[in-house]
Design a protein around this ligand. Structure first.
Ligand code: BDR
Ligand code: CA
Length: 308
């Protein structure tokens, strides 16, 4: 059976890869793309989502969401994704417009009209999903699952304690974790193992298709950050892990943990604290992805990009 999902994102280079994988995979029915502030401000993430879907030739509706976090001042990750959020890569002009409905309204309407059927995949700061949970208290019971790229049981990437999506809106993340419906978390523990090495990207090089070429250009621009900051030759494709898992969960190893989000100002703001001994029965019980067969993940991705 197809997984019906709403993808909540902030494109973003790795978000764009996730969208491209989603739109070429018939295991997934993408019901809509909701957009949030995050890697760059909302006006830019929104235009990136529209331009990318136009480039991919997919008629998926796009909904504009929150322009800023619930409580904190906005931050961005333009140091990673460039000022345009796509590493300076320019997509062709397009004439797509966002749907008149807002992201939060769409999430609520779509999930409530299809109880138990729609999964929410959050690959940016979780502001839109948190607002939807707050505005419609029955949403938590009606949603099939919530899956996120975010957090880290180990070291963070934005602060030593926190990963970007969690740090950008820790209060929203806490609402999502406490909803009881967050089933699966792809944090840095696993996404830093999904590196786009030259070997893994080799099949894209000779594909002679415009999406493969775009992916290679995106990743080229992304490479600098990982080289400068981590000393790695290859960048991590974080967000794409969630979609690869939706297609083939056997690519990943997960462990059940109780996970809590720290929303106190200070050293640990936005930290996800995981407990594999499951001590606090009130904390979210989450499958935390810890390992991935990265060669197989990239083989799947290449096979799907070849479909464009
Ligand atoms: C996450 O932060 C963003 O920069 C990426 O798009 C990804 O969602 C990785 O920490
Ligand atoms: Ca993202």
């Amino acid at each position: 059976m197809k997984k019906k999902i709403i993808l909540d994102c902030d494109p973003g280079i790795d978000d764009s890869l996730a969208i491209a994988l989603c739109c070429s995979s018939n295991e997934i029915e993408l019901r809509g793309v909701t957009v949030t502030h995050g890697n760059v401000p909302l006006n830019q993430t929104l235009d990136n989502a529209l331009a990318l879907l136009s480039f991919l030739g997919r008629d998926v509706e796009v909904y504009a969401g929150a322009i800023r976090p619930l409580v904190r001042s906005p931050i961005d990750a333009s140091n990673v994704h460039g000022n345009n959020g796509l590493g300076g890569v320019r997509l062709p002009p397009h004439n797509r417009k966002p749907n008149a409905k807002g992201a939060v309204e769409f999430i609520i309407n779509e999930v409530m009209a299809n109880p138990g059927e729609i999964g929410l995949f959050g690959i940016g700061p979780l502001t839109n999903i948190a607002l939807a949970l707050r505005m419609e208290p029955r949403l938590a019971d009606a949603v099939a699952e919530i899956v996120i790229m975010g957090g880290a049981i180990g070291e963070g990437n934005t602060t030593p304690a926190a990963e970007f999506n969690l740090y950008a809106d820790p209060h929203a993340a806490r609402i999502v974790f406490e909803s009881g419906r967050l089933t699966t978390m792809f944090g840095l523990d696993v996404t830093h193992k999904a590196l786009a090495t030259a070997e893994r990207l080799a099949p894209l090089k000779h594909m002679g298709n415009k999406v493969a070429d775009l992916v290679l250009r995106f990743l080229e621009s992304y490479r600098g950050f990982y080289a400068d900051v981590y000393g790695w030759e290859s960048p991590a494709i974080h967000d794409m892990c969630t979609i690869a898992w939706a297609i083939d969960p056997s690519l990943f190893q997960t462990r059940k943990m109780r996970v809590e989000v720290d929303t106190n100002e200070g050293l640990n703001l936005g930290r996800t604290v995981g407990d594999s001994l499951l001590r606090n029965a009130d904390a979210a019980l989450v499958d935390v992805a810890l390992d991935v067969d990265a060669d197989d993940l990239f083989a799947l991705f290449a096979e799907r990009v070849a479909r464009y």
